[in-house]
Design a protein around this ligand. Structure first.
Ligand code: C5P
Length: 217
């Protein structure tokens, strides 16, 4: 039987850093579903397709081939990881991710991946929708300030000229949009284990998750 691990939580809770480490420990493929929504937002923006043009968005998604290589998203054979993590994509992604038709298409791609490989997926609706039958579900949280601080450091280390208050504002806005949208909003699955990562190190959180998986595998 295939193993699948679901990690959900708001922006900056540490999901992707931790998912990559857990993936190594159990030899799982890491699927960053946020990257897939970001890819749609990037290509839609570049083609001037706004969030009211549902038909245009659906046709666009049908032309996209997405796969992961060394944790990076490869779109139609091009590594777009750096572009999709830019603040201007963070600012527009949630409006595209609120659209039912976009979600239906991406959830299908994500489920196809989980049927072919042992996976660890992170996102907003993994434990509640995409992998709702998964045995291993985790929900990571942290205060908005701790999450903004992490994002700030990450972008700053990449040499980007970013501002802490703007990042905090974006995180609070995205939390609201993602948690209050009608379709598959961000919420903890009833059977997910919640971990507040504020004040915990990456290795402490990773260890908690790995121990839980080992004892239930
Ligand atoms: O995880 P990340 O912050 O990169 O996700 C970017 C955005 O994509 C989220 O703010 C959310 O709007 C959307 N998303 C989603 N469902 C997922 C993953 C991401 O709606 N499973």
């Amino acid at each position: 039987m295939r193993i699948s691990v679901a990690i959900d939580g708001p922006a900056g809770a540490g999901k992707s850093t931790i998912a990559k480490l857990v993936a190594k420990e159990f030899d799982l493929m890491y699927i960053n579903t946020g990257a897939m929504y970001r890819a749609v937002a990037l290509v839609a923006r570049d083609n001037n397709i706004d969030d009211t043009n549902i038909e245009g968005l659906c046709s666009l998604i049908d032309t996209l081939d997405m796969r992961f290589e060394n944790d990076d998203l490869i779109l139609n054979d091009v590594n777009i990881q750096e572009q999709i993590t830019m603040p201007e994509i963070s600012a527009i992604v949630s409006k595209y991710a609120s659209i039912q038709e976009v979600r239906t298409k991406l959830v299908k791609l994500q489920r196809d991946m989980s049927s072919k490989f042992d996976v660890i997926m992170d996102g907003r609706d993994i434990g509640t929708v995409v992998l709702k039958d998964s045995k291993f579900k985790f929900f990571l949280t942290a205060t908005p300030e701790a999450r903004a601080e992490r994002r700030y450091k990450e972008l700053n280390n990449r040499g980007l000229d970013v501002n802490y208050s703007t990042i905090l504002e974006d995180i609070i806005k995205r939390d609201y949009t993602d948690s209050n949208r009608q379709i598959d909003p961000l919420r903890k699955a009833d059977d997910a284990i919640e971990i507040d990562t504020t004040g915990l190190s990456i290795s402490e959180v990773t260890e908690k998750i790995c121990l839980n998986i080992k004892s239930n595998i």
